[in-house]
Design a protein around this ligand. Structure first.
Ligand SMILES: NC(=O)c1ccc[n+]([C@@H]2O[C@H](COP(=O)([O-])OP(=O)(O)OC[C@H]3O[C@@H](n4cnc5c(N)ncnc54)[C@H](O)[C@@H]3O)[C@@H](O)[C@H]2O)c1
Length: 267
């Protein structure tokens, strides 16, 4: 818990007590988000294609913060699994008042080399699964109450184009569209949904780009006003804020978290 350990006073940073499902919670931003939520006492369910990684995150949440933490190996592109397992998660956690769709894939693919399979995988994991999760969450969110909220992960690549990431850019731009659309449906029940647009984050997803492109990390850091890439925790804490009651009038929008990278123009 955050707060004054000497007085025993805890500060939940405006967080409801309902449980939160985090997809892609075995690694990177998803793992950091699960831990950040556990830190303020929210029960978490960690889903990932990599079951061992999901289990490790859930164990870390329970051990470090003493909260209920569940894990499961789930492929988020399997919509019937989402429909079946989301209500089970709600029962396991006691309630489900939030989800974060952090499962994602990125493959370098210029338009010249697009193929159907890679396009479909990228759009299915990054975009379709977030919308299907929102569909599955409506019933548990209704039971959990009007403070329920969700966060989808877009990217600065959803705001501008990158030639190497054609399908990825499409998926991340799409995330912003579905966020705006679902916010209207969710709003009828008092639920919220927002997206975050991270810049460069030090996770296993970005590591191959740093390995493959000599000097890329240095150029990126030089161009970024804060002159570094972010840690996963620097994305997780704003996500936790968007899920909390502190963000009670924020919905249908996105928060760019990029160290200022998109505030500059290259001439
Ligand atoms: N790292 C960055 O620089 C960066 C920047 C902007 C946006 N993002 C986005 O943040 C999100 C998290 O990325 P990350 O950097 O933490 O990557 P990561 O590779 O560390 O984690 C992604 C996780 O998603 C899981 N996953 C992939 N496909 C899945 C599937 N079908 N079902 C269930 N789980 C699946 C992976 O097993 C992995 O654990 C992604 O949507 C990514 O596009 C990342």
């Amino acid at each position: 818990m955050i707060g004054d350990r000497t007085t025993g006073r805890s500060d939940r940073l405006g967080s409801p007590s309902s449980g939160v499902l985090v997809t892609g919670g075995g690694s990177g931003i998803g793992r950091a988000t699960a831990l950040a939520l556990a830190e303020v006492g929210r029960p978490v369910a960690v889903w990932d294609l990599d079951g061992q990684a999901a289990e490790a995150t859930a164990a870390a949440c329970a051990e470090q913060y003493g909260i209920a933490a569940h894990w499961e190996r789930i492929d988020v592109t399997d919509s019937s699994a989402l429909a079946e397992r989301v209500p089970v998660v709600a029962t396991e956690l006691g309630s489900l008042g939030g989800f974060v769709h952090a499962a994602g894939v990125a493959g370098p693919m210029e338009v010249d080399s697009i193929d159907d399979e890679m396009w479909a995988t990228t759009l299915d994991v990054n975009l379709r699964a977030g919308a299907m999760l929102a569909k599955a969450a409506i019933e548990p969110f209704t039971k959990a109450g009007p403070g329920s909220a969700a966060v989808l992960i877009s990217s600065i690549e959803g705001l501008f184009g990158s030639s190497l990431l054609t399908a990825y850019c499409a998926s991340k731009g799409g995330v912003l569209g579905v966020t705006r659309s679902i916010a209207q449906r969710f709003g009828r029940e008092g639920f919220r949904i927002n997206a975050v647009c991270p810049g460069a984050v030090d996770t296993p997803m970005l590591a191959p780009a740093f390995d493959l492109l000599p000097g890329f990390r240095g150029r990126l850091e030089e161009r970024t006003p804060l002159h570094r890439v972010s840690s996963p925790d620097e994305i997780a804490r704003p996500i936790r804020f968007l899920l909390s009651d502190e963000a009670s009038f924020i919905t249908g929008t996105h928060l760019t978290i990029d160290g200022g990278l998109t505030s500059i123009t290259a001439i």
